[in-house]
Design a protein around this ligand. Structure first.
Ligand SMILES: Nc1ncnc2c1ncn2[C@@H]1O[C@H](COP(=O)(O)OP(=O)(O)O)[C@@H](O)[C@H]1O
Ligand SMILES: [Mg+2]
Length: 521
């Protein structure tokens, strides 16, 4: 317990001196006592100067970025929860930069050696300085001799001791959240304890790189016969909890338009392929890359798309997929009654609602879109508006669909940058038509069942324990890091009980610490 309290002390100082507390104060009214608490802890520390001309959300980003991994992750998590912090703050927090200075090469080598063992490590011919460094891990390029062939691979390595540090800081944050929630009932609305608990679950999965490897592997299996989309291969022998080794991408960043053109890549086709591959993976496989920004996408000279970074994946069950395909297709055909029927058939709208009124609301979303020029049409925005309407009709939005919608906006943005005139409707239509046709023919239902079970068998490795964990993790990942609350309430309850028992002791200890602080500084 003293460790947590000590951590809390450190964090309180960090929070107060980074300017985060002042900024949060501009957004919410923090109770006087909490402010006083932070003021006490900030005594003697140099308060960071904050650029006054920035919006509160932007200032909060700056403060969080300066506080390291735990707070960068907290900011990223909150950016997925408009239900807690509101849309405006979400728009600012998504811009949070996940960058930290790299750690030294010798440390990477040491970790790599320890993780894969002396023997395998002898096959490593060369490791580069880090080429990218984020809050959890950094990436190196290495040459490895595999079966007597020299391969170039990318090696992602966790920051040293990151798990320990993160969990210690979270213990302290949890304590803080619990105390604030217990003392100020108004703050219950912010679900502080739940936020910290979910952040712990999600990030601990992200800090086990075997889960990312399993996700890459699944995406590889799903897409291995799709022309134009190549997922790098995972080297399992060189992969562990702390290290992920995969084929080095031999390609150009999708940002580099001029370079791509000079290499003979047709940007119009590339833009269309990107949208089609994404949509196909979502509706056909129900498994999609949930972080398709430009930094994670590469293109080879033949115009094949190569994704990296499989930390966030989305999973849609068959009902979500049917719903998605039918509504998007319905909108493309401007058949609002049909889109309304899909909602009623799926039991998504209360039976008491009027189908005509619902269809009218759908029309109010769809029609303006058809009045726009091609370059403004967006499936992602359409879905966002649709979810706005369904909320008004009292149906909760399925969280996996929210991740899909957000990713769709990102994918469309990348596609539009490549080729601004891309007609998203025309490009999406064949994918949706094909899939709907396929699902509706009864013959395929049987084939799908067989294929899926054989695929599953193929993917089960020898260590079932790990796979159980991996499956659980993939489920969590696939939930888009969004709806973990439902599944993990038990864990949360246990955590809360523990906290409750600690609370009284802690408040007393707090007072002690405050007195010590006052005496020391
Ligand atoms: N297989 C790879 N081949 C070449 N470069 C890679 C590979 N994997 C990652 N990188 C580079 O490292 C960067 C960071 O890797 P990424 O997996 O996206 O980590 P993060 O989760 O920190 O964003 C990528 O943006 C890319 O530039
Ligand atoms: Mg990345």
């Amino acid at each position: 317990m003293f460790k947590s309290i000590f951590q809390l002390f450190k964090i309180a100082r960090k929070l107060a001196s980074s300017g985060a507390i002042d900024t949060v104060n501009e957004i919410y009214n923090i109770p006087f006592a909490v402010n006083l608490f932070f003021d006490l802890f900030a005594i003697g520390s140099a308060k960071k100067l904050i650029n006054k001309s920035k919006k509160p959300g932007e200032k909060l980003c700056d403060a969080l970025e300066g506080m390291g991994t735990t707070f960068i992750k907290l900011g990223q998590f909150l950016a997925t929860r408009p239900d807690i912090i509101g849309e405006a703050l979400v728009d600012d927090l998504v811009k949070l930069q996940d960058k930290l200075p790299p750690f030294e090469l010798y440390k990477s080598k040491k970790i790599f050696k320890k993780e894969i063992g002396e023997n395998l490590y002898q096959n490593i011919i060369e490791i580069s300085e880090p080429i990218a460094a984020a809050s959890i891990a950094q990436v190196h390029i290495a040459k490895i001799k595999i079966d007597d062939v020299q391969k170039e691979v990318a090696v992602k390595i966790l920051r040293p001791d990151i798990e320990k540090k993160f969990n210690e800081e979270l213990d302290a944050l949890m304590l803080f959240a619990y105390i604030v929630e217990s003392l100020f009932s108004k703050t219950k609305r912010l679900k502080l304890v739940e936020v910290v608990h979910l952040l712990r679950e999600i990030t601990n999965i992200e800090m086990d790189l075997r889960f990312e490897a399993a996700a890459a592997n699944e995406l590889y299996e799903n897409t291995k016969n799709d022309k134009g989309f190549n997922v790098p291969k995972i080297y399992w022998n060189y992969t562990s909890r702390k290290v992920l080794t995969l084929d080095k991408v031999d390609g150009i960043s999708i940002r580099e338009h001029d370079l791509l053109k000079r290499s003979g890549v047709n940007l119009k086709e590339l833009s269309e392929n990107l949208i089609q591959h994404f949509l196909k993976q979502a509706v056909r496989d129900g498994f999609f890359h949930g972080d398709m920004h430009q930094g994670n996408l590469f293109v080879d000279k033949q115009g094949n798309i190569i994704p990296v970074d499989f930390g966030i994946m989305g999973r849609l069950d068959i009902n979500n997929r049917k719903y998605l395909a039918e509504i998007l297709y319905g909108f493309i055909q401007r058949d609002y009654i049909k889109v309304a029927e899909v909602h009623f058939e799926a039991g998504l709208v209360p039976q008491s609602a009027s189908k005509e009124e619902f269809a009218q609301a759908l029309r109010s979303v769809g029609e303006p879109i058809f009045g726009q020029s091609i370059k403004d049409i967006s499936g992602g925005n359409l879905l966002a508006q649709l979810f706005g309407i369904t909320e008004k009709f009292n149906m909760p939005t399925q969280t996996p669909l929210l991740l899909l919608q957000k990713t769709m906006v990102t994918v469309e943005g990348v596609a539009r940058k490549l080729y601004p005139e891309t007609n998203i409707w025309e490009v999406s239509r064949p994918v949706l038509e094909d899939w709907i046709k396929n699902v509706k023919s009864p013959k395929t239902a049987f084939n799908t069942a067989i294929n899926t079970s054989s695929e599953i068998l193929k993917r089960i490795p020898d260590f079932p324990n790990f796979m159980d964990k991996a499956n659980h993790a993939l489920e969590l990942l696939a939930a888009g890091k969004l709806n973990l609350g439902l599944k993990n309430n038990r864990g949360l309850e246990i955590e809360e009980t523990k906290l409750k028992n600690l609370r009284n002791n802690i408040i007393i200890s707090f007072l002690g610490i405050v007195i010590v602080v006052l005496l020391v500084f």
